[in-house]
Design a protein around this ligand. Structure first.
Ligand SMILES: [Zn+2]
Ligand SMILES: [Zn+2]
Length: 331
């Protein structure tokens, strides 16, 4: 189908040249959605918002259930800190508030922006997996690097105090807390998620919004899972050693310092912002190797977590005490 066909005309004209017999089920539904809504801007906006809500809260549900079952506690990274139902509800309210006030308008402006960069939206069929795979890999790497630097900037005193502090409310995070953040933070860090596809599209002029939806779905899974607070023997980081996972990001919330990236471990490794994290992991490994009883281990682990957290509280206070021109070192 000609991707430069004029938009905003009646939907059946939009698909006049499409051979529906060659489409798969998802592609047929996709075209049916655009035809049913009749206006591509509304169709894209609504679908993007619904996708975000369904994937985000849908991915949180298993973690809410896991938190309510004591059996899973043995894999909890901070075993003594299980979120209460009240905490989860408070968190959900703020997340929903920011979804409707910040994300909804942002998503709404996305279609015109996508068109400006000549991204395909209503067009079918979708690109092949061979085309989507490398594009999504690029978005992952781009977002991870962007986040690494932007997140560190948010730890600078004034930005921390006014923006990022909200996200650090939970020193032991849980799935729903992934998007618990100041609206400005949602915008700043969200840029890393959408700038990759827009830049790619600007230069390559070959991107379908469906590919972007796959990317956003994976990115939401990554964000929710990284905040889950659990490290299972089957967690992805045990299969892909460069994957961050909850084990990596949970430490960031607990210790306040270290581990600024999202999906991968290499940025923190390369820039040395994982030294405290690796020390902590080495201590835990040594304790396990020493063959202490599980009760003894739990006691020592609780003490170690308390120590790391106390240092984190100090580092946070230092960041907040920062004044322009003062020599106070920020965390
Ligand atoms: Zn942070
Ligand atoms: Zn976080």
């Amino acid at each position: 189908m000609n991707s430069t066909a004029p938009l905003y005309q009646s939907a059946d004209v939009l698909y006049a040249n499409t051979d529906f017999s060659k489409l798969n089920w998802v592609e047929t539904q996709w075209a049916a959605w655009y035809m049913w809504i009749g206006n591509p801007v509304i169709a894209t906006g609504l679908m993007s918002f619904l996708l975000h809500e369904i994937v985000y809260f849908g991915r949180c549900i298993p973690w809410i259930i896991i938190d309510s079952i004591p059996y899973f506690r043995k894999w909890k990274l901070q075993p003594n800190k299980v979120p209460t139902a009240k905490e989860q509800w408070e968190c959900t309210k703020l997340v929903l508030y920011s979804h409707f006030t910040i994300e909804l308008p942002m998503i709404w402006f996305f279609h015109p922006m996508a068109e400006m960069f000549e991204m395909s939206t209503w067009q079918v069929p979708f690109p092949s997996l061979k085309i989507m795979g490398p594009q999504i890999a690029f978005f992952f790497v781009f977002e991870d690097m962007f986040h690494f630097f932007a997140h560190q900037a948010l730890h600078w005193g004034p930005l921390y105090k006014h923006i990022h502090k909200i996200h650090h409310k939970y020193s032991a995070p849980f799935g729903l807390a992934a998007e618990y953040a100041h609206p400005a933070e949602v915008m700043i860090l969200g840029t890393g998620t959408i700038a990759g596809p827009l830049l790619y599209c600007f230069f390559a002029r070959n991107l379908h919004i469906f590919t972007m939806y796959v990317w956003i779905t994976l990115r939401l899974f990554q964000a929710v899972d990284a905040h889950s607070g659990y490290d299972f023997p089957w967690s992805l980081q045990h299969i892909l050693p460069f994957w961050s996972g909850a084990e990596h990001h949970d430490f960031h919330h607990m210790a306040f310092v270290n581990n600024f990236s999202t999906s991968f471990r290499w940025c923190d490794r390369l820039f040395g912002t994982d030294d405290k994290y690796r020390q902590y992991r080495a201590r835990v490994a040594a304790m396990k190797k020493a063959g202490v009883s599980s009760e003894e281990f739990a006691k020592m682990e609780t003490q170690m977590i308390a120590e790391v957290e106390a240092e984190g509280v100090k580092a946070e206070a230092q960041a907040e005490a920062y004044r322009y021109g003062s020599k106070t070192k920020t965390a």
